[in-house]
Design a protein around this ligand. Structure first.
Ligand SMILES: Nc1ncnc2c1ncn2[C@@H]1O[C@H](COP(=O)(O)OP(=O)(O)OP(=O)(O)O)[C@@H](O)[C@H]1O
Ligand SMILES: [Mg+2]
Length: 270
């Protein structure tokens, strides 16, 4: 299978005011295939967002990439300049975040905000936006909605519309469902899967919830304290070897038995 992204031996340090450095990411190897949903799962502070931001070259200034390569279409993102990155960000690779409200402009109607992602000289932007609104499960009238008039789930749909309007090859989804209720989580996950198939994108889906990974992913990578400790397919979940992965698995099964989760499915197996 063809790879859309290859992360090779990536290490990232953070400079601390005292002059010391903190290892954030250590010697990570991770590939994402074309048309694949790769799910990165790990506890808070394990380095998930750092990996996503490094792919878009958006790391905070105190972070240093000290080794490694991030190959996208066989070119090393780490070596790319501003102009090269501008051609990629929001176009070939786009990103959605946990808190859509933090990224939406409260003073601008949603449709106009989506339009801003489209190239300047393109004709009939509005009808393109209305089409994409429908694809993410919203209606034409939501073009005119201000963010505060929309629920969290609807705001996330606006963010998703914005991120896919240029048909990216890779979508980075950093805990896009964490702030949502369980029904909305399942709706958004299902929709992302449909959009992934329709647009033939790859998705890096970040979460701390293994049951969500089981539902959406083709492959799952477990990250623990800045290292990827295990990569597996959902159907291989019973064979996990790292103690942290086993702990995640046991807690998921525990919750499942108590009925907290509605369902854990792998559509490809049913
Ligand atoms: N802006 C920042 N300034 C200082 N330290 C940071 C900053 N961003 C992240 N860190 C540190 O970098 C490490 C990795 O953080 P990162 O945000 O990548 O983790 P994460 O896995 O995404 O966590 P979460 O699940 O909470 O989002 C953590 O130790 C965190 O404290
Ligand atoms: Mg994070």
């Amino acid at each position: 299978m063809e790879k859309i992204l290859q992360i090779k031996d990536l290490s990232i340090f953070r400079k601390i005011i005292s002059g010391d450095t903190q290892n954030i990411i250590e010697n990570i190897d991770m590939d994402i295939f074309k048309n694949e949903i790769f799910c990165l799962i790990g506890e808070s502070g394990s380095g998930k967002t750092t990996i996503a931001l490094s792919i878009l070259k958006l790391l905070p200034i105190s972070f240093d990439i000290i080794s490694g390569e991030i190959l996208f279409e066989d070119k090393n993102i780490i070596k790319m300049n501003k102009e090269e990155m501008q051609k990629i960000r929001g176009k070939k690779i786009s990103m959605i975040f946990q808190e859509p409200s933090a990224y939406l402009n409260p003073l601008m109607i949603s449709g106009k905000q989506i339009e801003e992602s489209i190239k300047e000289n393109e004709p009939d932007k509005k009808s393109r936006v209305i089409k994409i609104l429908k694809e993410v499960g919203l209606e034409e009238k939501h073009y005119f909605s201000y963010p505060h008039q929309l629920s969290g789930g609807m705001q996330q749909r606006i963010m998703i519309a914005m991120s896919i309007i240029n048909h990216p090859l890779l979508l980075l989804a950093d805990e896009p469902t964490t702030a949502l209720d369980i029904i909305t989580i399942h709706q958004i996950i299902h929709m992302l899967k449909e959009l992934q198939k329709k647009y033939q994108m790859s998705i890096l889906f970040i979460t701390h919830d293994l049951s969500i990974g089981m539902e959406i992913a083709d492959r799952i990578g477990i990250i623990y304290k800045g290292e990827i400790v295990e990569i597996f397919k959902p159907m291989e979940i019973e064979n996990l070897s790292h103690p942290y992965s086993k702990k995640l698995f046991n807690s998921m099964i525990g919750r499942y038995k108590k009925g907290e989760r509605i369902k854990i499915t792998d559509e490809k197996n049913t």
